[in-house]
Design a binder for this molecule. Structure first.
Ligand code: ADP
Ligand code: MG
Length: 282
């Protein structure tokens, strides 16, 4: 199982589009995939036809109301693509959780319990908000990997140093496993000199972490959300479908450690141990 946060604190770089369509691409390859929307703007939820004002049982209830994670999971597109939607109320999470103990690990704890009971999942993808607050920290604390979409435009690398610092800080303080494993050039206008120059600059900076797949600018990717569908359902023959299928193939064969979900000790054991402690001669 792989748990991946799609993160860049800059907005409009293709995070949500990537979570939706990489997720759908992996599901098409026969993987079981769970997408978690932790952006209060809930664009990922909207992408799959959910209304972020009226949807019940969302990530907001999981983080702020102790709702079991499993109660918020639903099918997004076919049985292999599951999702936990977001809600506009999540915008208040920062304040609501200000005094909550261990508020950086709420998502990790809730997800861990769910994963113990759902070991057949292959991928969990988090769609992060375009900010560096408690929600992003929760995603980085819960993930093993980080994918960073970078728009191949002038100043693409601006702010990336800060992004890397945040991942490093979370690794030191909260989650020793998390690391950036993939850089995804997005919204690229192939053939232009600028796009090529930016891609070379990204490659100089991140080397082999840069995916070979580049996501081209393709209007079908921008249209798909308004139809409540992934690119594979909406426009299977498009350049967008081709690119995200290629990305899913590349992601699926990456040589990275997978998360091992340790079997949970049966609870009866605790009672047995206590019984023996109380009756040592037995
Ligand atoms: P983020 O989640 O990083 O804010 P989005 O995935 O929402 O970014 O993308 C921002 C906007 O650009 C959206 O309107 C989306 O539909 C559009 N978009 C994203 N990727 C592409 C692409 N490859 N080609 C065309 N439009 C895209
Ligand atoms: Mg988004």
């Amino acid at each position: 199982m792989r748990v991946i946060a799609v993160f860049n604190h800059k907005g409009g770089v293709g995070k949500t589009t990537t979570v939706a369509n990489l997720g759908a691409g992996l599901a098409r390859r026969g993987r079981r995939v769970l997408l978690v929307d932790i952006d209060p703007q809930a664009c990922l939820s909207v992408h799959f036809g959910l209304n972020p004002e009226s949807t019940e049982r969302t990530i907001y209830d999981v983080l702020c109301r102790d709702l079991p994670f499993s109660d918020a999971v639903r099918e997004l597109e076919g049985p292999a693509l599951l999702g936990v939607p977001s809600h506009l109320d999540l915008a208040g999470a920062e304040l609501e959780l200000a005094t909550t103990m261990g508020r950086e690990r709420l998502l990790r704890d809730a997800l861990d319990r769910y994963l113990e009971a759902n070991r057949d999942l292959d991928y969990v993808l988090f769609d992060c908000p375009p900010s560096l607050g408690i929600l992003t920290v929760n995603a980085l604390a819960a993930a093993d990997e980080v994918f960073v979409p970078l728009q191949t435009e002038f100043l693409a690398l601006r702010g990336v140093g800060k992004l890397v610092d945040v991942v490093t800080l979370v690794r030191r303080r909260l989650n020793p496993t998390v690391r950036i494993t993939g850089i995804l050039p997005t919204l690229s206008r192939t053939g232009t000199l600028l796009a090529r120059e930016v891609q070379e600059e990204i490659a100089r900076h991140f080397g082999s972490k840069v995916f070979k797949t580049r996501i081209r600018s393709n209007v079908k990717l921008a249209e798909a959300p308004s139809h409540g569908q992934s690119i594979f359902a909406y426009a299977p023959g498009s350049a967008g479908a081709e690119d995200y299928a290629a990305l899913a193939g590349e992601v699926d064969v990456m040589d990275v450690p997978h998360r091992v979900i340790a079997p949970r000790e049966p609870e009866i054991l605790v009672d047995e141990i206590l019984a023996r402690v109380e009756r040592p001669s037995a």
